[in-house]
Design a protein around this ligand. Structure first.
Ligand SMILES: [Zn+2]
Ligand SMILES: [Zn+2]
Length: 155
C-alpha cells in the first residue's frame, strides 16, 4: 500500500467533545463507526438534494422514449440504491437510481430503455435485447461504458 492510499483510509473527521475535542479521528475508516455514520449522512444529503432534479430528467426521458414503445407502467420511483441503476417490478413499477443525474444523457437513456423493456420481457433473453436494440442500436457500447462507472457511496 502506498502512503497516499494509506492516507485515504484514515478517517479525518474532527471530533467534537470528549477528551479528543478538536482533534482528528485518525482511526482506520474501516474500524471507526462515526465515519460510517457520517458517510451515510453525506450520501442521504446527496440523495435528498438531487432526487427531484433526477426525477425531472428521468421522467422526460421516459415519456419521450415510451412514445416509441407505448408500454404501460405504474409508479416511477427515484431511489438511493448502492448496487443498481434501475429496476422494474412485476407489478410494472419502475425504479431509478438518483445518481443517473451524474452519468451521460446516453447512459441514462440506456437505463430507461432497459427498464422499459423489462415491462414486456422480465428477463435478459435474446428477445429482451432485441427489444432494447430497437430504440437503442448501440446499447452494447453504452452498457459497457456504464458498467465501468461506480455508483458513489459519498459525494
Ligand atoms: Zn473516525
Ligand atoms: Zn435488466
Amino acid at each position: 500500500m502506498s502512503s497516499e492510499e494509506e492516507e485515504e483510509n484514515i478517517c479525518n473527521i474532527s471530533i467534537i467533545g470528549g477528551r479528543l475535542n478538536g482533534s482528528k479521528c485518525q482511526q482506520l475508516k474501516t474500524s471507526c463507526s462515526h465515519h460510517k455514520k457520517e458517510k451515510k449522512k453525506v450520501r442521504r444529503g446527496g440523495y435528498l438534494k438531487n432526487k427531484e432534479e433526477a426525477r425531472k430528467v428521468i421522467l422526460e426521458d421516459l415519456e419521450r422514449i415510451n412514445k416509441f414503445y407505448g408500454f404501460k407502467y405504474n409508479k416511477v420511483s427515484i431511489r438511493d440504491q448502492s448496487t443498481r441503476w434501475g429496476s422494474c417490478s412485476s407489478n410494472s413499477n419502475l425504479n431509478f437510481n438518483f445518481q443517473l443525474l451524474f452519468v451521460t444523457p446516453e447512459e441514462r437513456e440506456y437505463v430507461v430503455v432497459h427498464e422499459l423493456c423489462h415491462l414486456k420481457e422480465m428477463n435478459h433473453s435474446k428477445n429482451f435485447w432485441n427489444l432494447v436494440a430497437k430504440a437503442f442500436p448501440n446499447y452494447k457500447t453504452i452498457r459497457a461504458q456504464l458498467k465501468s462507472r461506480k455508483i458513489l457511496s459519498e459525494f
